[in-house]
Design a protein around this ligand. Structure first.
Ligand SMILES: [Zn+2]
Length: 326
C-alpha cells in the first residue's frame, strides 16, 4: 500500500512551491496547441542511484516502496517537469512474469497512478502520463507472441492506467521505447480501444543513424504512426541526444503532429560497477535548443537523465517562452 498522505506530502511540498503559473494553464493543452512542455527524466536509473538493487523489479516498488517512487517524482516536479511519467514502463504481463508478478498488472499500474496523482495534486497542475514500454517479447511473425495476445497485454495495462477516468486515472498515455512499428501498432490499437479519451504520445527508439530498430526509417515510422491515430509522435532513449535529434528532424518532414523528444544521457559506461552516462545537463540544454529549432513540443529525458538535466532544459524553455501572465 502506498503510504497514506503524510510521508508523500512532505516530499512533494517543495514541488508545489516551484510550479510556475504556466504549469497551471495545463501542460496538456499547451502540448497540443503549439506550446512547448517539459517532461521528466529517468525513473529506473534514479532508483538505482538511490540504492535500489540492480535485480529489483522497479515496477514492484510501486507496491513495496511507494515513497521511493514519490521522491523521484517530487524531484522532477521541483526541477520544473510539467508532465511526469508513472513508474510503469515494464508493467505489462510479459515483463512482470519474469519477476513472478504476472497476476499483479492491474495492482501495480493502479498504485503507480495513485502515487503520481498524489504528487501532482500538490504541484499546481502538472499532469500524469501513463508510461507504457514494449512487451519485451517479439511478436509474430518474428516471435511467438500473437498480435492478439500483444494487443490484449497492452489493453490490460491501459485499462489500469486509465481506471477512474479523468482526474483519477492518467491524464495522457506515453508509449515509449517502441522498437518496431508492428508492436506500436498493437499498442496504439489497445490504447484507442481501452481509453479513447486519453491523448496518446508514441515514441520510437532509434539506432545511431536515427533509424528504427526494425529497419524502418524515421520518416516511414512517423507516417505510419500518424496514420494509426497517435496524437503526438517522437523518439526517446536511443543513442543519446544526437541520434534522437536526427530521427526527429526526419519525422518532422513526415507528420503534422506535435513532436516529442526524450533521449537517454548517452550510452552508459561502467566505472567500478556503476553505470555512468556521458551527457551532462549543459549538453542537454544544447539539445533542447536544437529541439526548439526542430519544432519539438515535448522535451524530457530517458535513461541516465536526472533532475539536473530537466532543470537545464527548463532554463532553455524559459529563455525562449513568450512571457505569460497569470
Ligand atoms: Zn531509456
Amino acid at each position: 500500500m502506498p503510504p497514506a498522505g503524510r510521508e508523500l506530502e512532505v516530499q512533494v511540498l517543495g514541488a508545489a512551491q516551484s510550479a510556475s503559473p504556466a504549469v497551471r494553464r495545463s501542460a496538456l493543452d499547451r502540448l497540443f496547441t503549439g506550446g512547448c512542455v517539459l517532461g521528466d527524466g529517468a525513473m529506473a536509473t534514479m532508483l538505482l542511484d538511490r540504492g535500489a538493487s540492480i535485480d529489483t523489479c522497479c515496477e514492484e516498488l510501486n507496491l513495496r516502496q511507494p515513497e521511493a517512487i514519490a521522491a523521484v517524482h517530487a524531484a522532477y516536479l521541483q526541477a520544473g517537469a510539467e508532465i511526469i511519467e508513472t513508474n510503469t514502463f515494464g508493467a505489462n504481463a510479459y515483463r512482470l512474469e519474469r519477476c513472478g508478478l504476472r497476476s499483479k498488472v492491474r495492482e501495480i499500474n493502479l498504485a503507480a497512478v495513485r502515487i503520481a496523482r498524489h504528487c501532482v495534486i500538490r504541484a499546481a497542475g502538472a499532469q500524469i502520463a501513463g508510461a507504457i514500454g514494449p512487451l519485451g517479447m517479439r511478436i509474430q511473425p518474428h516471435g511467438e507472441v500473437s498480435c492478439i495476445a500483444a494487443r490484449s497485454a497492452f489493453a490490460d495495462q491501459v485499462h489500469a492506467l486509465a481506471e477512474g477516468g479523468p482526474g483519477v486515472g492518467a491524464d495522457l498515455l506515453i508509449l515509449e521505447t517502441m522498437m518496431s512499428v508492428a508492436e506500436a501498432t498493437e499498442a496504439i490499437a489497445a490504447a484507442r480501444d481501452a481509453a479513447p479519451w486519453l491523448r496518446l504520445v508514441v515514441m520510437m527508439t532509434v539506432d545511431e543513424n536515427g533509424d528504427c530498430l526494425d529497419g524502418s526509417s524515421a520518416q516511414r515510422a512517423a507516417a505510419r504512426l500518424t496514420d494509426l491515430g497517435a496524437d503526438a509522435i517522437g523518439c526517446n532513449c536511443s543513442y543519446g541526444p544526437t541520434s534522437v535529434l536526427r530521427a526527429i528532424e526526419r519525422m518532422r518532414a513526415a507528420t503534422p503532429l506535435p513532436l516529442a523528444a526524450m533521449p537517454n544521457a548517452g550510452m552508459p559506461f561502467s566505472v567500478e560497477g556503476r553505470s555512468n552516462y556521458p551527457i551532462s545537463p549543459v549538453e542537454m540544454a544544447a539539445f533542447a535548443r536544437s529541439c526548439l529549432q526542430a519544432g519539438v513540443t515535448l522535451i524530457g529525458g530517458c535513461c541516465g537523465t536526472t533532475p539536473d538535466h530537466i532543470r537545464a532544459i527548463k532554463s532553455v524553455l524559459q529563455e525562449s517562452a513568450p512571457q505569460e501572465s497569470g
